[in-house]
Design a protein around this ligand. Structure first.
Ligand code: OGA
Ligand code: MN
Length: 315
């Protein structure tokens, strides 16, 4: 029997993270050898870029499911719920007004602008996302890039003393907190009740290769058991260390790029563009994580973010 010869080529694109993957058509069925090559590259490089992948929504979901079950989207003003519940719709096209472009003053776009803060997807859920796959369907010629940094590289380059300070720590994450830094009232009371703060380990290890990462980002609200000001400066310090400009891979989109990233060890953010002039239509699928990163997964007092500092924060 002829051996399957995989034509997949993996080329690193940045010293800290990321690789381009060529010689594969993600729309078609993928044999085990080819999928394994992609899976291994994902564990190693954390961000994979595939070009010229004209995927339908169905094909994108089928490929994504090879990595595990998909997340469903949360109930928010950022979502029009026109698509399959496994798809996140990131676009500046107004579905209610004949496809007119929405500017940054539109509340739905204001909500979406939360993606321009460094974050890791779904860290505000009790089981945070493992991977995200973003398909660029229509992309602006200028702006609208997506940037990535490695929280694994960040951990590896921390002083030993700081690493010891982080060990065993738990951080409370909340999307009500992160969106509150943009504007008030982006969630209605019912939506707020659906998003209680969750606990995440501050240091995580990849289950395949054991490599450790810090785990932070815009939803990271405070470190449990630490004075609130000290917690804020620690999280700010870690973010600054992780996102140093020379550590950033900036992806400039071409239509039909598919970029996937490892949310366990990568922060990302979208960059602005002239949304009243240029269309940007993206579709995301999100592979669920394997389980909570801290036990128990929910913070002890479920407060909606309205300026209340929870117990134990020490203000
Ligand atoms: C995302 C995201 C940023 C962008 O899809 O999770 O944060 O550039 N996207 O659209
Ligand atoms: Mn995101």
């Amino acid at each position: 029997m002829a051996e399957t010869v995989s034509r997949v080529a993996v080329t690193p694109i940045h010293p800290c993270l990321g690789a381009r993957v060529e010689g594969v058509d993600l729309a078609g069925p993928l044999d085990e050898v080819t999928f394994q090559r992609i899976f291994d590259a994902f564990q190693e490089y954390s961000v994979l870029v595939f070009q010229d992948q004209r995927l339908t929504d169905e094909q994108q979901m089928t490929f994504s499911r090879r990595f595990g079950p998909l997340e469903t989207t949360i109930n928010s003003i950022g979502q029009e719920r026109r698509l399959h519940p496994n798809l996140v719709d990131l676009s500046n096209i107004d579905p209610r007004r004949d496809g007119r472009l929405m500017g940054w003053d539109d509340r739905r776009m204001l909500y979406q602008s939360g993606n321009q803060l460094w974050h890791t997807d779904s860290s505000f859920k009790p089981v945070p996302a493992m991977a995200s796959l973003l398909s660029g369907r229509e992309v602006p010629a200028v702006g609208g890039e997506t940037e990535f940094v490695s929280m694994r590289h960040a951990y590896a380059t921390l002083p030993e003393e700081t690493r010891r300070r982080l060990e065993g720590r738990v951080v409370v994450h909340s999307i009500l907190y992160s969106r509150s830094t943009i504007a008030k009232g982006l969630f209605d009371p019912e939506q707020e009740r659906e998003q209680p703060p969750v606990r995440q380990a501050l240091v995580r290890a990849n289950p395949v290769n054991g490599r450790k990462s810090v785990y932070i980002g815009s939803h990271a609200w405070y470190v449990e058991g630490m004075d609130y000001d000290e917690s804020c400066s620690l999280l700010d310090e870690l973010l600054a260390h992780t996102t140093r400009p020379e550590h950033v891979y900036q992806h400039r989109w071409h239509a039909w790029d598919l970029v996937m990233w490892d949310n366990r060890c990568v922060l990302h953010r979208g960059r602005p563009w002239d949304a009243t002039l240029h269309r940007r239509v993206m579709r995301r699928t999100t592979v669920a994580g394997e389980g909570p990163t801290a036990d128990p997964p929910f913070a002890s007092r479920s407060v909606a973010w309205d300026g209340i500092i929870p117990e134990g924060v020490g203000l």
